[in-house]
Each structure stands twice: as C-alpha cells, then as structure tokens.
Design a binder for this molecule. Structure first.
Ligand code: SF4
Length: 241
C-alpha cells in the first residue's frame, strides 16, 4: 500500500524515488565533460552560473586546456578571459590554477577519487567533491566512508518540501546528513539528479505545479491538497498565490 503524505519520511522515500525515476528516466548531470579533470573544472565554473552557460564555455575551453599544466602555462588574464562568461571569473581562475597546481604537486597530475582528497583541492568544497566522485569514481563512492549526496538549491528546496529533513533549505550539510540516513546508498548519485529535474520542471521555487506532480500524493507540501508549503514556511516567506 502506498504511504500517504503524512507518513514518516522513511516510509515515503522508496515510492518518492520510484515515482521520480519513472517521471525522469534520463535524469543525470547536465554539465558536459569526458574526464575527471573536465568534471572538476565544469563543476567549479558552474557556481553562480547556469549549466547551459558552462557547457557553452567548456566546449572550446576543454579543447585548449587538456591537462592541469595547461591551466598554469597561460597568463592569468588569458584564463580569466576564457571563462569570463561564467561569472566570478577572477575567483574561478584562482581556483582552477590552484587546483591544477595541487594536482601536479600532490596527485601526479591526476584527479583523486576520495572525498577527503578532493576537498583538499582549492575551490573544491564538499558539494563539488560529491559531484566529481559520484560521476567519475563510482567504485570509490561505494567504499568511501565520506561519500555523500549532492545538495544544491533544488535538492535543498525539495528535501524541505517533501519533509525529508526538518531543517531549513539553506542548511545543506544537515540536509545531506538527513538524506544519507534515508536514501539507500546505491541511489545516492541518482537522487540528486531526480530532485534537480523535478525542481527545474515541476516543483518550481516560487510556485510549484502540484497539479502536474507525479509524487503529489506523497508530498506534505502539496498545494493541490491545500497543505502549507514547508519550504516557504521554513524560509519565513508568505504563502504564494
Ligand atoms: S506536490 Fe507540489 S510541492 Fe510537493 S513535490 Fe510535487 S510539485 Fe513539489
């Protein structure tokens, strides 16, 4: 029997994943890359940018910069110009050059696969490390005690709306811990992209389209059912119309 929207999260998470997987069978990362280095670079560039913009920029960037050395041998201004369109280009240039130097100095020029190693790279925080590990090093993810789930703005908002966490949408660390406790490990890489696709198409930040939602019967924030939007409640925002 399908649990209702007021059932505990541990009883709803299975049907939620199943419903989202059916609705978004092709859910996956939207950034384009073919190597772990390209994955790190694209993820660093995606901060405060859009995946579409990053993919536009990396199309030519990855032809020019193939190895960590390549990010260091051009003048800083040239790299800034090459990534300018993604925004925060000075900060991102520093991160790309810093992480390239670290890869050469400590990792034989190769991107490492554990979270503990990845977060040693300049500009790589836990979220980026989770993106890189889950997409490029699935075997490491399976055995790494520090492995996790990518929590971006969509994942945070949906975790709150779906009652999968009791904290606010900004507390990414606690949301991740709550999801790790609920979601079976083999689903860790997938759950983020399912929630992201749902957040981009139906469960929109301002006005979720609950009437079109495939997991509406499982959601304690359903506007269709006249429930309060837990995301707006947690964020202290007035109810949307
Ligand atoms: S019912 Fe509405 S608030 Fe709940 S997940 Fe679906 S779209 Fe989002």
């Amino acid at each position: 029997m399908t649990p209702d929207r007021n059932a505990p999260a541990k009883d709803r998470i299975g049907p939620i994943i199943k419903g989202l997987a059916k609705a978004y069978p092709d859910a996956t990362i939207a950034l384009n890359f073919t190597t772990p280095l390209e994955c790190v670079v694209a993820t660093v560039l995606s901060a405060q940018s859009t995946d579409v913009k990053v993919n536009e920029v990396t199309k030519s960037l990855f032809k020019k910069y193939r190895k960590p050395e390549d990010y260091l041998k051009v003048p800083e201004e040239e790299l800034q110009e090459d990534i300018h369109a993604t925004g925060f280009f000075r900060q991102k240039t520093r991160a790309l050059r810093g992480l390239s130097q670290k890869l050469l100095d400590h990792f034989d020029g190769e991107v490492p696969g554990t979270i503990a190693e990845l977060i040693q790279l300049p500009g790589v925080a836990r979220k980026t490390a989770n993106v890189v590990q889950s997409n490029c090093f699935p075997d490491e993810l399976a055995r790494d005690p520090d492995a996790g789930i990518v929590v971006d703005t969509h994942v945070g908002r949906l975790a709150v709306r779906l009652g999968l966490t009791e904290v606010g949408p900004k507390d990414a660390e606690k949301i991740e811990a709550d999801l790790l406790a609920l979601v079976p490990k083999k689903q860790w890489p997938r759950i983020s992209y399912l929630l992201i696709d749902h957040g981009r198409t139906i469960c929109l930040a301002k006005k979720p389209l609950c009437g079109d939602c495939p997991i509406e019967p499982l959601c304690p924030s359903s506007q269709e059912a006249g429930e309060p939007d837990l995301y707006r409640v947690a964020a202290g925002k007035p109810r949307s119309r």
